[in-house]
Design a protein around this ligand. Sequence first.
Ligand code: ADP
Ligand code: ZN
Length: 213
Amino acid sequence: MRMVLLGAPGSGKGTQADLLKDKYRCAHISTGDIFRRNLSEKTELGVKAGEFMNRGELVPDELVIGMVKDRLREPDASAGFLMDGFPRTIPQAEAFGAMLDELKTPLDAVVLLDIDEEILVKRLTNRRTCRACGKIWNLLSIKAENKTVCPECAGELYQRDDDAEAVIRNRLKVYHDQTSPLVSWYAKIGKLYTIEASSSPDETMAKIQAALG
Ligand code: ADP
Ligand code: ZN
């Protein structure tokens, strides 16, 4: 399976990719995760990208494109991939198309996770990540009294720097301006599946699988 997950911040791309990668046995490639890892390791790429990320802006295309090109050449990607957070601009989509042509591995599907904007803001302000196992949680759906640790592994839960409300608003604006044009771009190619994504992670995954057949 070679799939792109498209959708606004908070639409559930990372959660769905995590669920789907076990089913399709392919690589989960999250450009946001790669940047965050580089940032915490203080690599040159991470330091450059961090400036843009903390303002809710996009990292410049040339940095992202070079990074994805390298990542696609790693052995696990030959079994297929779930692209989470890339492409995010028309130039990225053009460069991605050229990479796939060169590798002779066409895309199977582009899945658009479609969701109401007010739900997005609620999801993002309540989003927490486990420092130990990496799982993504929503504070509102944690039933335990102690909401500072991971319900699964008791690791520390933290909030991403770019999930502060002011930064969230900017990320949504950037999505509308720069990323949403990709919807009609991929619709023209005829591989776009639009999935209503406000239900639970498992229900949304079931809808994706039903749509792909
Ligand atoms: P979300 O989809 O919730 O906004 P991501 O983890 O995908 O979160 O991305 C976090 C940040 O990383 C983005 O706001 C942006 O600054 C940067 N980033 C990730 N992917 C890309 C990309 N393809 N192009 C440019 N910037 C990116
Ligand atoms: Zn955990």
